[in-house]
Design a protein around this ligand. Structure first.
Ligand code: AHG
Ligand code: MN
Ligand code: MN
Length: 334
């Protein structure tokens, strides 16, 4: 019989702390707190799906209970867990227009700030399709002991300390990086632990999947149109065109392409002339993970991580995935 050994998220975080010789464990504690909140939100998401589906068919009476929107539940749960860690002085999330500063004494002294899309792809909940959570962590630039300030949240992506996502799919996974490669953990519901299942993820240099909402095709920039046409032509090697796959949850679309090889495309469109996705808490963390796995992320002309955000909820066109594919698209944009 083969030996059986698992590495849980917490064990892994502790082991990896030696990657940062001067670290005092603050980031490790923060990531652990986040892992616990992830389990709480996961539980609620699974249940919400069930309640929605059965509730709609009239089998379960939800008893007039006011179901909080899941985005808001996820937002509040993660914010509470992040504040409880005591390592973070403030947070920006998709659900809140302004910065939330944590003004208890412990948090004001925290050296990190946190950014988050608490629920990504939330329009997919009702139809039982994968959704996600995206987060990133920076060191604050303002003085410790005071409230977090806007400048803490408007740093270039190159200054990110850690980033990750949770995908609530056929199983729940947490994928994250602290700038030393990318690791993936699958939640084992029988023991309630995230277990290392995808160590040191590397994304293929090329892939054959392209992911884009083609409904907006007519308003895409010419370079993107050319690239999509290229994807639809016969690939001389496989004698078939590329495969089109689009879920409509960035996390799920990116995760599939990360493992299989592919490109995710969200350009400017007529309704979103600057693109749709938010630079600070959608594009940047995903870009950091892509690069750490050997992939690439661009706005068509610039490396995403080099962009300096000038507002919290700023949007950006987003092209991310296998290096060679993103480079090809950039050439056509040129
Ligand atoms: P959110 O649910 O956080 O608002 O994000 C939805 C995003 C992203 O997950 C997805 O890639 C994109 O919206 C899909 O947009 P389209 O429906 O325009 O294709
Ligand atoms: Mn989103
Ligand atoms: Mn969201």
């Amino acid at each position: 019989m083969k030996g059986y050994s698992i590495t849980t998220l917490n064990e892994f975080i502790i082991k990896r702390q030696t990657d940062f010789p001067y670290a005092k464990g603050e980031l490790s504690r923060l990531l652990s707190h986040f892992g616990i909140a992830a389990k709480i939100v996961n539980k609620k998401i699974n249940k919400a799906g069930l309640v929605d589906i059965l509730g709609a068919s009239g089998i379960i009476n939800v008893q007039g209970e006011d179901q909080k929107k899941l985005d808001v539940f996820a937002d509040e749960t993660f914010i509470a867990a992040i504040q409880a860690s005591g390592e973070v002085c403030g947070i920006v999330t998709e659900e809140n227009q302004e910065i939330i500063t944590f003004d208890d004494n412990l948090s004001r002294d925290g050296k990190y700030i946190f950014l988050m899309d608490p629920l990504d792809g939330s329009s997919n909940i009702d139809v039982n399709v994968s959704i996600g959570t995206i987060f990133s962590i920076y060191r604050r630039v303002s003085q410790r002991g005071h409230s977090a300030r806007a400048e803490d949240f408007l740093q270039e992506g190159t200054r990110m300390v850690a980033a990750g996502y949770i995908i609530y799919g056929s199983s729940t996974m947490l994928v994250y990086t602290t700038g030393k490669g990318v690791n993936g953990f699958t939640l084992d519901p029988s023991i309630g632990e995230f277990c290392l299942s995808h160590p040191d993820i590397r994304t293929p240099e090329f892939g054959s999947i392209y992911s884009v909402n083609e409904g907006h095709y007519l308003k895409f920039p010419d370079g993107v149109k050319k690239y999509i046409k290229y994807c639809q032509e016969l690939d001389p090697e496989t004698s078939r065109p590329y495969t089109s796959r689009y879920i409509g949850s960035l996390v799920a679309d990116f995760h599939r392409n990360l493992l299989k090889g592919g490109i995710f495309i969200y350009p400017s469109t007529a309704s979103s002339p600057k693109g749709k996705l938010r630079l600070a808490y959608e594009c940047n963390p995903i870009a950091f993970i892509a690069e750490q796995a050997g992939g690439k992320a661009s706005d068509g002309f610039n490396r995403i991580l080099d962009l300096k955000p000038d507002s919290l909820h700023q949007r950006s066109p987003f092209y991310v995935g296998s290096r060679a594919m993103v480079e090809h698209l950039e050439e056509l944009m040129g």
